[in-house]
Design a binder for this molecule. Structure first.
Ligand code: ZN
Length: 312
């Protein structure tokens, strides 16, 4: 609250200061923290991810210092796997992550207790899906999939306008897909499954198979045709199970401009005319698309989670 004096020295009616929202994209290498209410006014800073205690203390300190008592809620879009279910004893925890030291970390609780505000919490890909649905490449749709292809592969699905959670949250990166070992002897990078979709098509898989960083692989390299094939196999399964109206593909690997056209062609070939929807038969270019929010989708997703937490 602010109190000001009028010209006669009387205290005017106290006006509430507009409260602001806090947004945290919790990543394996950095936490992007933002304060604001809209994509236009969100001011962000980056905090390196070190130990849970050190990183979360810095995050809490940042919001205390920059927003103080004006903060009304915080949203966190976190790397995972996580427990996203309010009411669960481990809600807001990072669960079985391979990232050293972070397994079993109570991210939402630590931030919420430190700042004394409500906290919204979900996976980073679910956050990106929310942001693309609100301001980006799927803003006109109630059913779509956001898939990220980078260090790992993860996906979030909006179904009837709501994020799909189910038992935990979808793990689209760990779909099983056909793998011809005679043609591609690479065993796969997933520590749990070997040659699941993430094991075959993530950035680390590309790097290990071709002994080159994905961004250094030229467009004519056979790596991209194989990558498009694997991704299209994954998308085929997602189209058949979730019936999305659009698929948005983000993440570092998607930055290669030749990739999406190849994925679209391969997905069309695999579906083989079975799904008779104009979106797929005639409009494949707008069915599989890049995100519109780029690197900001994670932190903007956290902003949507903060809004939801503020509403209670
Ligand atoms: Zn896997």
């Amino acid at each position: 609250m602010i109190a000001t004096l009028d010209t006669a020295g009387r205290a005017k009616r106290q006006e509430p200061i507009d409260k602001v929202l806090g947004a945290i994209e919790a990543g394996g290498s950095k936490f992007v923290c933002g304060i604001g209410d809209t994509p236009e006014d969100l001011v962000t800073t980056q905090i390196p991810t070190t130990t849970p205690a050190e990183t979360l203390e810095e995050v809490v300190e940042f919001f205390r210092r920059e927003a103080g008592r004006d903060l009304k809620a915080v949203g966190i879009a976190s790397f995972g796997p996580v427990d996203p279910h309010p009411g669960s004893p481990t809600f807001g925890y990072i669960t079985c992550t391979p990232k050293l030291g972070w397994r079993g970390t109570d991210v939402a609780g630590t931030v919420g207790r430190g700042l004394g505000v409500p906290v919204g919490f979900d996976t980073d890909v679910n956050g990106s899906a929310l942001a693309e649905a609100r301001w980006g490449a799927a803003r006109d749709l109630a059913d779509f999939i956001y898939l990220t292809v980078g260090t790992g592969i993860g996906g979030g699905a909006l179904v009837n306008g709501k994020l799909l959670h189910g038992l935990l949250h979808p793990e689209m990166g760990h779909l099983r897909i056909p793998h011809d070992r005679a043609r591609d002897p690479y065993a796969g990078a997933c520590p749990f499954h070997g040659d699941c979709l993430e094991g075959l098509a993530s950035g680390p898989a590309l790097r290990a198979r071709w002994t080159m960083a994905p961004r250094e692989l030229p467009p004519e390299h056979p790596a991209w045709a194989l990558e498009a094939e694997y991704l299209a196999l994954g998308l085929h399964n997602l189209v058949c199970t979730l019936s999305p109206r659009r698929i948005v593909i983000g993440g570092g690997v998607s930055h290669q401009p030749c990739l999406l056209p190849m994925v679209r062609a391969e997905l069309t070939r695999l579906l083989n005319g079975y799904i008779e929807a104009a979106e797929i038969v005639e409009e494949m270019e707008s069915f599989v698309v890049l995100p519109e929010l780029g690197d900001r989708s994670g932190v903007l997703g956290a902003l949507v989670l903060a809004e939801e937490a503020a509403r209670g």
